[in-house]
Each structure stands twice: as structure tokens, then as C-alpha cells.
Design a protein around this ligand. Structure first.
Ligand code: NDP
Ligand code: 2IT
Length: 449
């Protein structure tokens, strides 16, 4: 059990006093600070350089009004944001989220996590995140386009291929990236790699849609390998039914595992035969339908639907939370433990609460945090930037091989960093220390900026 060192404890207390309302951001900082404690105790340079005080302050926070006309010609107003968190390792890089729950606190937590995640990939990318409280559900294509164009009309002046490169996240997929890119191109009068997740015939990378879920599965496979096992033959529960969940289902199935749940805000489905074949394609249709529900799957394939419940009560060997933050709480962790789950691998960003992580680890469940396990998405975004600079598209095999190598390297970084500080097998400590070291060293080298 780690206890928090005096230096991070003091910086955290100060943050809590100054921004007590930023609950999600404070939750993310607390998790990182706790696991950095052994590294901070071992070397006073981080304190004398005031790295923690600096690393919790975003370099720049942009907030703006987004006005757009709906199909009935009425004015609508949303809030847009971009948090440019840290550029020590490269241009700001991270997704855009369109969801009614989007707030500055939520985007600060995501930008903070992104900074360490991007560092773990080994690609030159800083950390950022943005988005809007816009609700895309139920909106027509034309409304989505008008919203994206209005959003980009402000954002374009703050981004660029060497400055800040946004991508997708919840509620932002290929269609939205297309509209955002079109407006960026028009306003900047440049055709550049300023966004990732682009269409294949206009600068996108092969496998970017699959990358996050494939990477999560590769990471899980590395964890299992340490115990002489693999995904093959394992029963797997997944939450969410979006981009990340889809990639996990595809790869787990391909490797011979069986995914038995999917979830949405309306509840979860339990498919004991496994989500495979045409059912995986059906996930895409469900997502594109614009309905906020996973229930249609139960009707289509005649399986059970559990209204307003989470999938964590279903017995499994491996659980992949892939929907949204704080969707796996202490009581859920307890159910997973009692039902014999051995691995929890985060596809979403911070889906597991700090209390639930502690309970899982205390029970000997192998737990991988999102900033390590889901880094494959942004890693392939980094490869998309490299392809754009080269002006050439790589084959799917080349992208997949690079993704696989990067996920193996991140796994090794986590295992070695944890062991170096006497915390063998603790992926949270390994990921946080591994990512932090790269960012902190670059900040020290670059001086008082
Ligand atoms: P999508 O918009 O494709 O999917 C999000 C999914 O979660 C949807 O199925 C959504 O349903 C569902 N969902 C939303 N709220 C809840 C809830 N309360 N309970 C259950 N399900 C819910 O987003 P992504 O798949 O891209 O993102 C999922 C997670 O993965 C996020 O945490 C994101 O930050 C993270 N991530 C994404 C990456 C990417 O490359 N896209 C990379 C790394 C991490 P609905 O839309 O109906 O609300
Ligand atoms: O959370 C994430 O890592 C993403 N949404 C992907 C970010 C990116 O820039 O590809």
C-alpha cells in the first residue's frame, strides 16, 4: 500500500482548496499523485523544479460560444472548449467530446490524463482535450454539420499541425471529423494534418477506427501472457457500444474470446452465445441510428436486456469498461470480485472510481488504467500525423504492426516502472510513473515556461 508523499499531498490540498467544484479533475490528480509518490520521494528535483504545481495547470484554456441554426431555423447556443494542457513533448493532441455532460472540469481531467497517455506512446505529442455540451442524439446530418462548422469557426485560429491536433472522442466520429476538417480547410486555406480520424481517401490512417479497441485487447493479451494465458477461451464483459467497445469486441472475438455484454445509458444486454459475426456489424448500425439505446440489440437477437443496470454483475474472466467515466463503482467491483473476474482493463478514460480500483487491486485482480490500455487510439492518431507529414498512406498491416509494438512497449514500461519502485504488478503506478517521467524530464529541460 502506497501512502501519499508530503509534496503531492500539499499540492493536492491546495488544488482542492482553490477548485473544490472540479470533482473529476481532482479525482484524476489524486490517482496520479498517489502513485507518483515513490518516484517523488526518491528524487527531490521534481519538488525543487515545482513540477507538480506546473503540471496540474493547463497551459491554456479556451472557452467560446457556439451558435447554430437548427432545421426549423431556430437559434441554438452551446459552449465550446479546448484545454491545451501540456506541450512539453509535442503539439497538443487529444480528442473532442460532444456530450451534454461536457464541462470544463471533465475536459481538464481528460486533458491531464491525455498528457501522460501520449507520453507513454513514445510519439512526440503533448496533451489536450476539447468539446462541447452539444447533444448530437436526434439531430439531423445538416444540424450536425452546422454545429461542427460553427464550432470550428472559433477553434481554427487556435490549432494547426504543429500547434494542436484534435481528434474524435464520445459523440465525435468520422462524420463529425469530416465536417470539422472541411471548415478548418476553408478558414485556414490549408490542407493539412490538423485533425486525425480523417477519411481514408483524404489523409486518414487505415485502422484508426479500430485502433483504440484493438490496442486495449493487445494490452490485455500482454497482461494475460504474464500468467501463461491468453484471451482465447475467456468470457469477457464489455460496457458501451461505441467506437472503443466495437474495436474490443472485434479483436477479442478474432482472438477466440467470447464477449457476452454490451451497454448503453438505457441498460445492458446479455448474450451468452457471444457478440460475434453479423452482431458486430449490427453495433455499427445501432450507433449510427442516433438512438441512445442498446436495447434494440436484445430485440434483434432475442437476448436478455437489463434496464438501467450495468453489466458488472455478469460472471466473466476479463471486464472491459468502454463507455464513460465512473461507470464502475465500488459495489460493481465487489460483484466482479465475487464472480471470479481476474482482469479489469479500461477502454474508456477513468471508468473505474478510485475506491473501486483499490478494492480490485486488494483482491488481487489485475487492473490496467485507461491511460496505458487505451493509448492505441491516440498512438494511431500519431501514426496518421506521420503519414500526413510523409504524404503517403501506410498499409493496414504496417499500421497494425506498429500499433501492436507500441502496446507491447507500453506494457513493458508499466511493468518495469512499477517494479523499479517496489510495486510489482501495479499497472496504475507503472503507467503514471512511466508517463510522468517523460513529461517531467522534458519540462525540466525546457526551463521556466
Ligand atoms: P462513442 O461515442 O463511440 O461511444 C460511447 C459509448 O458509451 C456509447 O455507446 C454511449 O452511448 C455509451 N454511453 C454513454 N454514456 C453511457 C452510460 N452512462 N452508460 C453506458 N454507456 C454509456 O465514444 P468512444 O467509444 O469513442 O469513447 C468511449 C470511451 O473511450 C470514452 O471514455 C472515451 O474518452 C474513451 N476513449 C476513446 C478513444 C477514441 O479513440 N475514440 C480513445 C481512447 C479512449 P450513447 O452514445 O448512446 O450515450
Ligand atoms: O482519449 C483518447 O485518447 C482519444 N479520444 C483519442 C485522442 C486522439 O487524439 O486520437
Amino acid at each position: 500500500m502506497i501512502t501519499m508523499h508530503a509534496y503531492p499531498a500539499r499540492v493536492l490540498e491546495d488544488l482542492k482548496r482553490r477548485i473544490p467544484w472540479e470533482a473529476e479533475f481532482l479525482q484524476a490528480v489524486e490517482e496520479v499523485f498517489l502513485s507518483l509518490s515513490p518516484a517523488l520521494a526518491a528524487d527531490p528535483i521534481y519538488e525543487s523544479e515545482r513540477i507538480l504545481e506546473r503540471i496540474v495547470e493547463p497551459e491554456r484554456v479556451l472557452g467560446f460560444r457556439v451558435v447554430w441554426l437548427d432545421d426549423r431555423g431556430r437559434m441554438n447556443v452551446n459552449r465550446g472548449y479546448r484545454v491545451q494542457f501540456n506541450s512539453a513533448l509535442g503539439p497538443y493532441k487529444g480528442g473532442l467530446r460532444f456530450h451534454p455532460s461536457v464541462s470544463l472540469s471533465g475536459l481538464k481531467f481528460l486533458g491531464f490524463e491525455q498528457t501522460f497517455k501520449n507520453a507513454l506512446t513514445g510519439i512526440s505529442m503533448g496533451g489536450g482535450k476539447g468539446g462541447s455540451d452539444f447533444q448530437p442524439k436526434g439531430r439531423s446530418d445538416a444540424e450536425i454539420m452546422r454545429f461542427c462548422q460553427s464550432f470550428m469557426t472559433e477553434l481554427y485560429r487556435h490549432i494547426g499541425p504543429d500547434t494542436d491536433v484534435p481528434a474524435g472522442d464520445i459523440g465525435v466520429g468520422g462524420r463529425e471529423i469530416g465536417y470539422l476538417f472541411g471548415q478548418y480547410k476553408r478558414l485556414s486555406n490549408t490542407f493539412s494534418g490538423t485533425l486525425t480520424g480523417k477519411g481514408l481517401n483524404w489523409g486518414g490512417s487505415r485502422l484508426r477506427p479500430e485502433a483504440t479497441g484493438y490496442g486495449v485487447t493487445y494490452f490485455a493479451e500482454e497482461m494475460l501472457k504474464l500468467e501463461g494465458q491468453g484471451i482465447a477461451g475467456k468470457t469477457v464483459t464489455v460496457s458501451g457500444f461505441g467506437n472503443v467497445a466495437w474495436g474490443v469486441v472485434k479483436k477479442v472475438t478474432e482472438l477466440g474470446g467470447k464477449v457476452v455484454t454490451l451497454s448503453g445509458p438505457d441498460g445492458f444486454i446479455y448474450d451468452p452465445e457471444g457478440v460475434s459475426g453479423e452482431k458486430i456489424e449490427y453495433m455499427l448500425r445501432m450507433r449510427l441510428s442516433g438512438r441512445d439505446e442498446v436495447r434494440p440489440y436484445a430485440e434483434e437477437f432475442g437476448v436478455e436486456f437489463f434496464r438501467r443496470e450495468r453489466p458488472w454483475k455478469i460472471a466473466c474472466d476479463v471486464a472491459f469498461p468502454c463507455a464513460i467515466q465512473n461507470e464502475l463503482e465500488l459495489a460493481d467491483a465487489q460483484m466482479l470480485i465475487n464472480n471470479g473476474c481476474r482482469y479489469v482493463v479500461e477502454g474508456a478514460n477513468m471508468p473505474t472510481t478510485n475506491e473501486a480500483v483499490a478494492a480490485l487491486q486488494a483482491a488481487g485482480v489485475h487492473f490496467a488504467p485507461g491511460k496505458a490500455a487505451n493509448a492505441g487510439g491516440v498512438a494511431v492518431s500519431g501514426l496518421e500525423m506521420a503519414q500526413n507529414r510523409e504524404g503517403r498512406a501506410w498499409s493496414a498491416d504496417k499500421v497494425d504492426e506498429s500499433l501492436h509494438t507500441i502496446m507491447r512497449q507500453i506494457h513493458t514500461i508499466c511493468v518495469e516502472a512499477a517494479a523499479r519502485y517496489g510495486q510489482e504488478g501495479d499497472y496504475v503506478v507503472g503507467a503514471n510513473i512511466g508517463g510522468f517521467m517523460r513529461v517531467a524530464e522534458a519540462m525540466i529541460d525546457q526551463g521556466a515556461v
